[in-house]
Write a protein that binds this ligand. Structure first.
Ligand code: DX5
Ligand code: ZN
Length: 212
């Protein structure tokens, strides 16, 4: 069954704690967005220190929207995260980044921006756990869903039916079923959940939308 994961994109530890506490009773995992102001035009918390100071039962994955992830992985070695996602567009040293995440004993996801073709990651697919398709331009909550990525996901799923697919950006009640149809296994949702007045209900509705 498809999994819905709330995304947390914040600038302070206080906001991080608030959002973690809000979803902790509702889901098993949170997706924490990390932005460096270089790879994307937005800056979030740095991440490792803030996460280490918070106790939570949630599993945590990080989505590194940072330039040169090879310079960042080391900082996450003691942080309570079990999955690290980095962008193929952000590094010239993809093999090195994969190696570093493997050595840190975390699951590996490679993210692709909406316009990046699958061919950019073909040679790495056997060495990673997930492919992470961006369906918005990365960096912010509330980006515009890029419809053309649906075909890219279907194509990828056709060629690599066993490789788990995460989709991130613009997930709502309308897009979620289309993404599952295209082959997605995990959907990350930010603004649809956080802008609703009842986040429990929003998560429930997303779960229902991907079941039917
Ligand atoms: C976008 C982030 C996403 C974002 C999703 O740059 O990587 O994880 O938080 O938010 P929505 O669902 O609002 O597109
Ligand atoms: Zn993300």
């Amino acid at each position: 069954m498809a999994e819905i994961i709330p995304s947390i994109l914040v600038k302070t530890k206080k906001e991080l704690l608030e959002k973690i506490l809000a979803v902790e009773p509702l889901v098993e995992r949170a997706h924490i967005d990390i932005a460096d102001g270089i790879f994307v035009p937005n800056v979030t918390i740095g991440g490792p220190a803030e996460l280490q100071s918070i106790e939570t039962s949630l599993k945590v994955e990080i989505h590194l929207m940072v330039s040169k992830p090879e310079n960042h992985i080391i900082h996450w070695s003691d942080a309570p995260v079990d999955r690290i996602i980095f962008h193929i567009e952000a590094t010239q040293n993809t093999n090195k980044v994969i190696e570093m995440i493997k050595e840190a004993d975390r699951e590996i996801g490679i993210a692709l921006n909406p316009e990046t073709p699958i061919s950019r990651i073909s040679q790495y697919i056997d060495h990673i756990d997930f492919v992470h398709f961006m369906t918005v331009e990365p960096g912010f909550y509330g980006g515009k869903f890029v419809d053309s990525v649906l075909d890219k996901i279907s194509d990828f799923h056709y060629f690599y039916p066993d490789k788990p697919i995460i989709v991130d950006g613009g997930v709502d009640l309308e897009t979620a079923p289309k993404l599952i149809q295209a082959g997605a296994d995990i959907l990350i949702s930010g603004s649809y959940i956080w802008n609703s007045n009842d986040i429990e209900r929003a998560i429930e509705q997303l779960n229902q939308a991907v079941e039917s």
